[in-house]
Each structure stands twice: as C-alpha cells, then as structure tokens.
Design a protein around this ligand. Sequence first.
Ligand code: 3PG
Length: 400
Amino acid sequence: IDELLAEGVTGKRVFVRADLNVPLAGGLITDDGRIRAVLPTVRALAAAGAKVIVASHLGRPKGAPDPAFSLLPAAERLGELLGAPVAFAQDTVGPSAHEAVDGLQPGQVAVVENLRFNAGETSKDDTERGEFADRLAALADVYVGDGFGAVHRKHASVYDLPARLPHYAGYLIATEVGVLKKLTEDVARPYVVALGGSKVSDKLAVIDQLLGKADRILIGGGMAFTFLKAKGYEVGTSLLQEDQIPAVTEYMERAVKQGVELVLPVDVVVAPGFPDLKAKAPTEHSAVEAHAMPEGQLGLDIGPKTAALYAAKLSDAKTVFWNGPMGVFEHPDYAEGTKAVAQALVDSKGFTVVGGGDSAAAVRTLGFDENAFGHISTGGGASLEYLEGKTLPGLAALED
Ligand code: 3PG
C-alpha cells in the first residue's frame, strides 16, 4: 500500500476488501477488533485523497440479502472509529452501491452491503465468481486486500477481483503475514503452542505441521476430550470426535518419537449440562481428575491443576502461539482455563501470538489489555492455514 500511496491516489476509487466479520449479539457488535484492525489502511487512503470503498462479508448468509447479516452495524462503527461520516450502500454492486461511490469526494469512505448477499461471491463455479468480480471491479480503479481473516477463502472479492484491478496489500495483511512468517521460519525456542477450541478435526493439519516445529503443544478446549479418549480415559458426555481417534493416536505416538511434549489436561471442570450463555447464572460444576470423569458429566473447561501446569509450561517460552479457547469462556464458571492461558501469555517474556477469532475475542471480552500480547491475529482459519503451509488464495492473488 505504501507503493500505491507513493504513486498517488487522489480522486481514485480504491476498493478495500476488509474482514469486518465481527461477532454480533442482538444487532450489537460485541468485539470490534476486526474493524479497528483495518483503520490504518482506511485512514491512510482517505488522508491521501482516495475515494475509499470498504467491502466485507459478515456471517454466512445464503447468497441473498438477509437483514440479520447486514453490514450496517459494522459501517456505523467504522464511522465512529474514523470520526467521519461513512456512506452505506444497501446493495453490494447494484444502483445503491454505484450511487454511494459516485457521491464520494476525495477522502471520503463508503461501505457496501455484505458481499455474501450475492451468490457469485462464494460460488465454486469460476464463471459465476468471475461475473460477480466484474461487477465489483466496475466500482473501483484500484484494489487493496486487507481482509486477512478471509484470505483462505477462494471467493470473488478475495481471489478473482485482484486479477481485474491493480492490486496492493494493506497494512493489516502485511503485518499479519510478517508475524506468521516468523513462526514458520527460525523461531526462538522453546516454542510453545496452546491449542483449544471445539473440534479436533479443524486442528489436525496444524498439529501435523507443528509436530515438526514446536517444542511443546498444550491441548485444551472441547478437542481435548478426543485426545483423552484416545488415551483410554472415559469422557462422559463431553464433546468427542470418535472418527478422529486413530489420527489423534498417531499424533501422540509421533510426538513421543519426535521429542515433542504433547501435554493433555490432568483435570477438567465438569457439569451435568451445557450452561446458559445468555443468563450466565451460576451452575453446578466441579473439577475432577481427567482419568476419572464421572459418567453423564460434560467437560467444559480445563481444571485448576491443568491451568497451573499450562502456565508453567508457557513460563519459559521464547515464542508462543495460542489458538482456541481452553473452555466455554463465555460463561464465568468455565472461563478460568482460558484466563490462565491468556495471563501466562501476558506474563511471558517471549514473543506471543494469539491466533483465531475466538481466542482474540476471548482475550478482549475477558478484560485483558490487547497491548500486552505480541500480536493478536484477526484470522482464525486463515492463521491456521498459513501455519499449515497452505497456499492462501487471497495472498496468492496479491502476490501475482
Ligand atoms: C472468519 O471469521 O474466520 C473469517 O471472517 C472468515 O469467515 P468464514 O469462515 O465464514 O469464511
């Protein structure tokens, strides 16, 4: 983007593909981290006199307008954060979008409606995606890719549009790639990775890569129960992916062979059922040894002994990557494990990276100062796929 700014953008229509896919509850944004993350790019372009068009997806609507997924709340928050009015187009490439863009003066910003209200955005058919990309291209003179959270998606606005316009990477993508690249190259050791989240199937590919890279991998969240079951423990009614047990078993064996410490919870917090995340009322729960989970109980967090163990395992790390909450942190009874890991990162003298929409939202909603972390990635799937070594369509398109 510095190159683009040096060439001059005054009066040019610059399409910024951002990732404003923020969590919403009852129409209100619960974490605006992704909007704040794109501000440097939008501000720089506006200050240089560009007509800035910001576009993003929000949620997973089914290729047609759906008011529940309107980008309007994100557009309003962007305006508040910029301290300047932001025009909002009620469609993405239709008359409203053209009217909004035509009405922009140099230095002004417009947001177009959710890209995924158009079937062409996510289509698997190259022609359909291409047609939608043509309509997006008609809105702008230049493309700036800055939606790091979506670069792993082969979608029209991420992959096909840059091929149709002069294209540049924004500041957020440049920062994210710079940090994640460091983790794949010469990391300072010990390199400790904490992995949580619900599904082990989402994390298999990254564990596969990390077994050749990390010194320690700490496992938490719902995915830990598939590991505990593979170890021969009973896990009550906890989340379990039986079909992943062979893969998990193989990884545990490989970890031993390769001298990687793969650490599992020694205790867990269990309850008779899933808590009400809205009411957040106190629930009946207890901490039990991981090898003695009672029948009919559901594991919802790592236990206090595990939290202390993981904090100790993180204490001498020179590099840390953390992806995925350790428990159901949205309820105070099951947030302690996630808090303990976040605190260990805050206390760490090493370089700490938080990857993933959920863990990034967790650190902020649990009240941690985001400046206490080395880097908080805006990408969930995107940061994992980067570490897996995959080619990410949105990055490939910008490099092309
Ligand atoms: C994310 O939340 O990880 C990104 O915004 C991508 O969203 P998606 O998983 O719906 O493509």
